[in-house]
Structures are given as structure tokens and as C-alpha cells.
Write a protein that binds this ligand. Structure first.
Ligand SMILES: [Mg+2]
Length: 312
């Protein structure tokens, strides 16, 4: 089976600037001694995909079975149901997206961008966007920036380009440029905040769950025949097998509060950036920004060899 392995896995490299701290631009914007301009632009929200807002590896593998083995279009509705039924959608994702949608409607947030180092070569990244939006019956994301677009930008804007197999830096100036809003603050949630710069980051602990994918295929995919099972079962079962051997390497989903915390951090950031008459800046600086830094720098486990790191 042709499985996309384009997602980089290294987290050891660091960009030349301080990606997890506020950029100078944002520091200036948040400084208590500096009054916010009357025409403060709306905030752009950027979300990473895999291990940040969900654990998409197994479902991306099922998608690959549909597209490359069965050669039939996968059902968006089926995957939307599986997102929650399997626990692959991170707890709190719906609340986070609800909040972002509300902030967009209020005008405080201008864009929601999916920003992932995974390349959309097999269509999974675009498909996942459709799946998430199926929850709402309307568009939630304004655009997708995949690994290919990130590399293309980095190669032409003096952003370091790491060797193949290493992480891809995410320059929030690219997000601003594509949103045609060069002065907007950008707030990004990512499990690899060390790879982000020129924006404000909120790091989350990587989220990784295992799915009994063979059982899912046998239950929900009529085209998954015994012949296909004999050929692909071991591949489909890979993560589940890892989980059975060492469950400590996977997230205990019901205890995971990362996106709840991220939603609070995001709301606070938007409040203190856009609604200048509200939250005192001193409080916001103390509570939000420093907690983001702490999460970014101190909570990333060494477990980097996710068997489905290619997902998104
Ligand atoms: Mg990620």
C-alpha cells in the first residue's frame, strides 16, 4: 500500500528566532505601556492538524484504503461520524471551533487557517477540512496551507529550509500574506510550537490515540473483503498493535484538557488584542502568554515516532 510519509517527525531543530515567544510585533501590541491603535485589525487564527486538534493517523490510513485500494470516494459523512466515535477528534475540538466561529461572526477574528506540515498529496488534508466542516454544514476554514505551500514560501522568503525528514517551519507572515492582512496578529495552536515564528503560539501536548482500524473497516466498509483483509490487516492494525504493547505512549483521551485550555488562551488573546476596553493587559500578559510559553517549551514529550505521523 502506498502510504504518504511526507510528515516530518523531528522536533529537535530550532529556528533562528524565538518561535515560541511573542514576536516583536506582538510584544509591542501587547505591551501595557502602549495603547492599542484605534484600528486594531482582527485576529487570524491558525490551527495545526495532526496531534494538535486530533489524532488523524489511523483515519488517514482508512482514507488511503478508500482512495488507493478500493478506488472509491470516501464518504465525508462516515468520516465525520468516525471522528468522534473513534476518539480521533481531540476532546474540546468542537468547543474550540464553536468559539472561533463566534469570534468570526463578531468580527474579532477575520480568518481561520488550517496550517499543517503534511502535504496534501493524497488529498487527505483537503478531505479532513471537508469532514470537520461537515459538523457545521458550512465552511469553517478560510484556507489550507499544507507542507508544499510552507516549503514554497520558506524557499523564497529566507526562512530556513530543513533537510528532508525534519520539521518544516511555519512562518506566520505567510498566513498574513495569504489572508491579505499584513498587520493582523496571528494566534496559532500547534503541538510543535518551536517551529512557528512571527506569530503568537499556544503549544499543546501531542494527542495520539489508537483505533482498532480492522474492526472499523469490517463494520463500516462493505468493500473490505476477506481478500483485502488478508493483504492489509497488518498495516491497518499497526497502531492498535502498538497500543496493546504499550498503551502508555498514547493519550488518555478523557483526561485531555489541552483544547479547553487552548480555547481559553485564544479567547483571552483575542479579547486583549481586539476588545481593548476589556481585559487589563497586565493580567492577560501574566496569565495567557506565559502559560502558552510554558506549554510550548515544557510539555512536549519525547514520543516522536508516531506511526501515523504522516496524517496532517
Ligand atoms: Mg502537529
Amino acid at each position: 500500500m502506498d502510504i504518504d510519509t511526507s510528515e516530518p517527525v523531528s522536533r529537535t531543530s530550532t529556528p533562528p528566532s524565538s518561535p515560541t515567544a511573542l514576536s516583536l510585533k506582538d510584544e509591542e501590541m501587547l505591551s501595557p505601556s502602549r495603547a492599542l491603535p484605534s484600528s486594531t485589525p482582527s485576529v487570524i487564527i491558525a490551527l495545526d492538524n495532526d496531534e494538535a486538534i486530533g489524532s488523524w493517523g489511523d483515519l488517514s490510513l482508512l482514507y488511503t484504503v478508500f482512495v488507493h485500494v478500493l478506488r472509491i470516494p470516501p464518504s465525508v459523512k462516515l468520516f465525520a461520524d468516525l471522528l468522534t466515535a473513534t476518539g480521533c477528534a481531540r476532546p474540546g475540538l468542537r468547543t474550540l471551533l464553536d468559539k472561533i466561529r463566534d469570534l468570526k461572526r463578531s468580527g474579532a477574528v477575520s480568518h481561520l487557517v488550517m496550517c499543517t506540515a503534511a502535504k496534501d498529496t493524497v488529498g487527505w488534508v483537503s478531505f479532513l477540512r471537508d469532514v470537520v466542516e461537515c459538523w457545521y454544514g458550512e465552511k469553517i476554514y478560510d484556507m489550507v496551507i499544507d507542507g508544499s505551500k510552507l516549503l514554497e514560501w520558506n524557499q523564497t522568503h529566507e526562512v530556513p529550509v530543513l533537510p528532508t525528514g525534519c520539521a518544516i517551519y511555519k512562518d506566520m507572515n505567510q498566513v498574513r500574506a495569504l489572508c491579505e492582512s499584513p498587520t493582523s496578529p496571528v494566534f496559532m495552536i500547534d503541538d510543535r510550537p518551536e517551529n512557528i515564528f512571527n506569530g503568537t503560539t499556544h503549544g499543546v501536548v501531542p494527542y495520539t490515540v489508537a483505533v482498532n482500524l480492522v474492526a472499523v473497516a469490517q463494520t463500516f466498509v462493505p468493500e473490505y473483503t476477506p481478500a483485502l483483509h488478508q493483504r492489509y490487516a497488518a498495516t491497518l492494525q499497526e497502531t492498535w498493535t502498538h497500543f496493546q504493547h504499550d498503551p502508555s505512549r498514547f493519550t488518555v483521551a478523557h483526561r485531555d484538557k489541552a483544547l479547553s485550555e487552548a480555547t481559553v488562551a485564544l479567547s483571552t488573546f483575542v479579547d486583549m488584542t481586539v476588545n481593548k476596553s476589556r481585559t487589563p493587559l497586565k493580567t492577560a500578559e501574566d496569565s495567557t502568554v506565559r502559560s502558552c510559553r510554558a506549554a510550548s517549551m515544557g510539555s512536549i514529550p519525547e514520543f516522536v515516532d508516531s506511526p501515523r505521523a504522516s496524517a496532517a
